[in-house]
Design a protein around this ligand. Sequence first.
Ligand code: NCD
Ligand code: ZN
Ligand code: ZN
Length: 347
Amino acid sequence: MTQTLTLRRPDDWHLHLRDGAMLAAVAPHSAQFGRAIIMPNLVPPVTTGAQAAAYRDRIRAALPAGAALDPQMTLYLTDTTDAADVVQAFRDGIIRAVKLYPAGATTNSASGVTDFPRVQPVLEAMAEAGVTLCVHGEVTDPTVDIFDREAVFIDRVLDPLRRRTPGLRVVMEHITTSDGVAYARAGGDDLAATITTHHLVINRNAILAGGIRPHYYCLPVAKRESHRLALREAASSGDARFFLGTDSAPHPDAAKLQPCGCAGCFTAPNTMSILAQVFEDEGALDRLEGFTALHGAAFYRLPANEDRITLTRRDAPAAYPAQIAAGSEVVTVFDPGFPLYWHLEDK
Ligand SMILES: NC(=O)N[C@@H](CC(=O)O)C(=O)O
Ligand SMILES: [Zn+2]
Ligand SMILES: [Zn+2]
């Protein structure tokens, strides 16, 4: 039996497109999204409005003709970020948000914030101008267990930061815990959270049980099953504080399959097929549009996309490649571990 689902075109509020040959290879796989918040953790990072504008041009050049994707740029917050440049880039329509990485928390985060008092004037200028702060919410304290780093970040860093910066709009990126869900729910209108595709699908067993599986390793690392269930409940609840940020984060297999492999799951190609299955399993297909196309736009004070995509549930699973080529390298596509009967018809 064929079932058809027509949705407003989705947005991806957290996406890594990289640069160079990798950008050329992965950008077409996100072309079905209307908008995407583009992460600035290049090497070196995107730290100025001028760099964001140049990166946006490179992204546009990498997209196929007719692609829907309108890249929404971000700046990488460092200890030396200039508040005036941030506000100017926002007012000029070059950036949509600023990204906070605690130094050393994740891939290419060496330039991240080490000194919160130094960035406080920037945060205050952002609150004043209405610029959103997107936060990678993990502490880097080596004495904190990696599975606890999100919950500890909320208590030690995020909550104090929000209290001392009233009015700052904050997105908790890629939440992975029931603690993150609860904190987002307890916040006011200026707090929201993105949830990735893969964290709705895997728990930490996928990485560790029966052998180490590097393609399921990302940051924040997937947590125990009770947390995955809390994320599924939040994503499918209809609560507008939760929306899709895939965190599709491609790395060459050569960089993932190492004694010390990179963190990141590449979910851009099959994200909508996976999400349709997740929401069907939750009995919440009627809420997929809110999660993928309405809540994020509303938080960023943008109109929802007017055009539509169609997903069709067929008897035969959709065929996605196991890998894609990126220059001379390959990138493995996230395998959800179940067949994908929902086909994305209109890319
Ligand atoms: N999510 C990841 O595991 N990796 C991201 C960085 C990030 O979003 O933390 C990357 O850039 O590879
Ligand atoms: Zn992150
Ligand atoms: Zn990310």
